[in-house]
Design a protein around this ligand. Structure first.
Ligand SMILES: NC(=O)c1ccc[n+]([C@@H]2O[C@H](COP(=O)([O-])OP(=O)(O)OC[C@H]3O[C@@H](n4cnc5c(N)ncnc54)[C@H](OP(=O)(O)O)[C@@H]3O)[C@@H](O)[C@H]2O)c1
Length: 247
């Protein structure tokens, strides 16, 4: 029987840690032994999470308020983490957002928000983290989406940002595999988080418990991917069971 891999002594950055999948990922990684740097814009949320992590586990938690649209802040996030923790083994590129849907009436600001958070933010963080991940033989994890694998009518710009995420991740994997860096994309379908609140109703309000995926399930997949070595989980799809009956 294969035991759950420990992440003892590892160090991780989780973007979008102030809520949903990122928050549960921070708990899961710390439970497995990793020190976690928590990044998002809402400082208070991160401070509460850091207190929880440090009281429930032996892991250290570092709060680094970061807007991933800003490349200087993202560079600072990585440098602060490396300085505090002594290196970097894992980057979880999770921060993401959606706005609008209809292309014909989409405001330029909605388009830019999605592109800057979902695309630029993941590029900035990956670029800053890679030298450290090459040094540690670490792992790079991206949160993609069902929307990044199958065409669907809702919000084509959001969907395209997630196709980019998957394409970028897999191509980066080809570039860094020889350096012993593992790359994983985790693709959820609907998850009960604050996601969707831009539309007036979040997914945790829209769906009842048991109806779709919980953020803890995605966090568990991320923890699993983080523990793979020398193999890597290239892509993990976690969908609600009735997802393919919906077409
Ligand atoms: N929930 C779903 O159904 C679902 C399905 C497929 C994929 N996903 C993906 O899963 C990831 C996490 O989403 P979630 O479901 O956990 O949603 P969520 O609860 O709304 O969390 C989104 C996180 O992203 C952070 N964020 C947004 N803009 C940011 C910015 N400019 N700089 C830094 N952080 C920013 C938010 O923190 P602050 O507001 O504090 O900055 C928050 O922590 C996203 O990439 C999303 O696209 C979600």
């Amino acid at each position: 029987m294969v035991e759950k891999a420990t992440l003892d002594g590892r160090t991780a950055i989780v973007t979008g840690a102030s809520s949903g999948i990122g928050q549960e990922t921070a708990h899961a990684l710390a439970d497995a032994g990793a020190d976690v740097a928590l990044a998002a814009r809402r400082r208070e949320r991160l401070e509460t999470l850091a207190d929880e992590v440090e009281s429930e586990t032996d892991a250290e938690a570092l709060v680094v308020p970061t807007n991933v649209r800003n490349e200087d802040e993202v560079e600072e996030l990585v440098e602060t983490t490396v300085a505090e923790f002594g290196g970097l083994d894992l980057l979880v590129n999770n921060a993401g957002t959606a706005a609008g849907s209809e292309v014909a009436s989409m405001a330029t600001e909605e388009y830019r928000t999605m592109m800057e958070v979902n695309v630029d933010g993941m590029f900035f963080a990956t670029r800053a983290a890679l030298p450290h991940l090459r040094e540690s033989g670490g792992t790079l994890i991206f949160v993609g989406s069902f929307a990044g694998k199958y065409p669907r009518p809702f919000n084509p710009v959001y969907a395209a940002s997630k196709w980019w995420t998957r394409g970028f991740a897999q191509s980066v994997s080809a570039q860094v595999g020889d350096d012993d860096v593992g790359v994983t994309v985790v693709n959820p379908s609907e998850v009960r988080t604050e996601f969707g609140s831009e539309y007036g109703e979040s997914f945790e309000e829209r769906f009842d418990e048991g109806e779709v995926t919980e953020p803890e399930e995605i966090a568990e997949a991320i923890r699993y991917a983080a523990g793979q070595s020398p193999s890597m989980a290239a892509e993990i799809d976690l969908y609600r069971r009735d997802k393919f009956t919906m077409f």
